[in-house]
Design a protein around this ligand. Structure first.
Ligand code: ADP
Length: 368
């Protein structure tokens, strides 16, 4: 069974004495499956979820799931949260502390017989792998188990949409990804529209079928995770998507026939060949480049298709858990990610001269 797409057109403004005014103005579709809502802090993600859930009243707009209209400012419809069938789970969502996991989950099933309640509860606790904790109270569960019970409680009532606001952000990566897998498994057959807010690039990669990117209360991009986050067109989105190198540059020359142009970095005088964009010689532009998209070599490489080979010097090498960050000065400072094995194999050291190699299409244009 597939639940209909949730369609929301929402306008909501906040004006406050101390806070800057903020306006949300969006039109989104949340089809069956998982849609990630991504964007920097303050973009309006929680406000959007609150409007769908009925916790915040939009100034104008319409929210509907198939024939069910949850909000329509023109028709004067504004269903209260309990009549919207919108399940909402956030990080700090408290389970009832005095009730067992089973009683927390069956709480919303008052209309069913005792036998039916128990059957539904056990089935969903099994789906989220916490059936063996059915008799435990929240205080006796781990953080991950509590969020599993919270998901089970939200989903047992067969909502028409599931809203998740960074529900797993406090959990370890391993626990988080196991829960995401179970959520995806649970939803594979049901095809409920799920709107999932996260800041985490890893969660987008693990979960996302679709991404809606929000900034300053507007939808700035929609599409597959790679399209939206690997080629961001907005600076703040590039920052949120974890692009480590954000560089100012000046356009030198357009080569229309090759689909490329040359730019000079504003710091230092290194030049790069980058994809052609709507720009003219002399324009100031911004580039976003992932640290993991840059290669290092200890000798000048030859016979490579990559168009950008820049000499530089290693300023520092900083080991992280699964990679090493090299800071390389070539007039401007670049962050480059290498595996610890590559770093050892090349015998890299601080102060060493190296060559940085960048593909043209690893250089993405962004707007302020
Ligand atoms: P996000 O979830 O993307 O971090 P929010 O939706 O929480 O963003 O907030 C978006 C903007 O709306 C922020 O600038 C915030 O200060 C403002 N905002 C949210 N709720 C209120 C409110 N009740 N009154 C005034 N401003 C608010």
């Amino acid at each position: 069974m597939t639940t209909p797409t949730l369609v929301a057109q929402i306008r909501k403004g906040f004006r406050s004495g101390t806070l800057a005014s903020f306006a949300l103005d969006v039109e989104i579709d949340v089809p069956p499956g998982i849609t990630i809502l991504f964007g920097p802090s303050g973009a309006g993600k929680s406000t959007l979820l609150d409007c769908i859930a009925g916790l915040t009243r939009p100034d104008a707009g319409r929210i509907a799931s198939g024939d069910a209209v949850l909000f329509d400012s023109e028709a004067g419809i504004n269903l209260p949260p309990q009549r919207r069938s919108a399940a909402y789970v956030f990080q700090s969502l408290a389970l009832f502390p005095h009730l067992s996991a089973e009683d927390n989950v069956s709480y919303g099933l008052a209309q069913l017989s005792a036998a039916e309640r128990r059957a539904c509860t056990v089935e969903i606790l099994e789906s989220f792998r916490v059936a063996s904790h059915g008799r435990h109270k929240p205080g006796e569960l781990s953080g991950g188990e509590r969020q599993r019970v919270a998901l089970a409680r939200a989903l047992v009532t067969s909502p028409r949409v599931l809203l998740l606001d960074e529900p797993l952000s406090a959990l370890d990566a391993g626990v988080k990804f196991e829960i995401l897998e179970d959520l995806r498994g649970w939803n594979a057959a049901r095809r409920l529209p799920i709107l999932y807010v996260t800041h985490s690039r890893e969660e987008v990669d693990a979960l996302g079928e679709r991404v809606i990117a929000l900034d300053h209360g507007r939808v700035v991009a929609t599409g597959a995770p790679r399209e939206v986050l690997d080629a961001p067109r907005r600076l703040r989105l590039a920052q949120a998507a974890g692009f480590e190198n954000l560089l100012a540059a000046t356009v030198l020359e357009l080569r229309q026939a090759d689909g490329v142009m040359r730019v000079r970095l504003e710091t230092g005088d290194a030049e790069l060949e980058v994809p052609l964009a709507h720009a003219a010689p002399g324009d100031s532009v911004r580039l976003a480049i992932r640290a993991g998209d840059i290669l290092l070599a200890t000798e000048r490489p030859s016979g490579l298709s990559a168009r950008n080979i820049l000499p530089g010097k290693i300023l520092s090498l900083e080991p992280r858990s699964t990679f090493v960050t090299a800071r390389v000065d070539c007039g401007a400072t670049f962050a480059v990610h290498l595996t610890p094995g590559a770093c050892r194999g090349l015998e890299l050291a601080e102060g060493q001269n190296v060559w940085m190699i960048l593909k043209t299409h690893s250089c993405h244009f962004v707007q302020e």
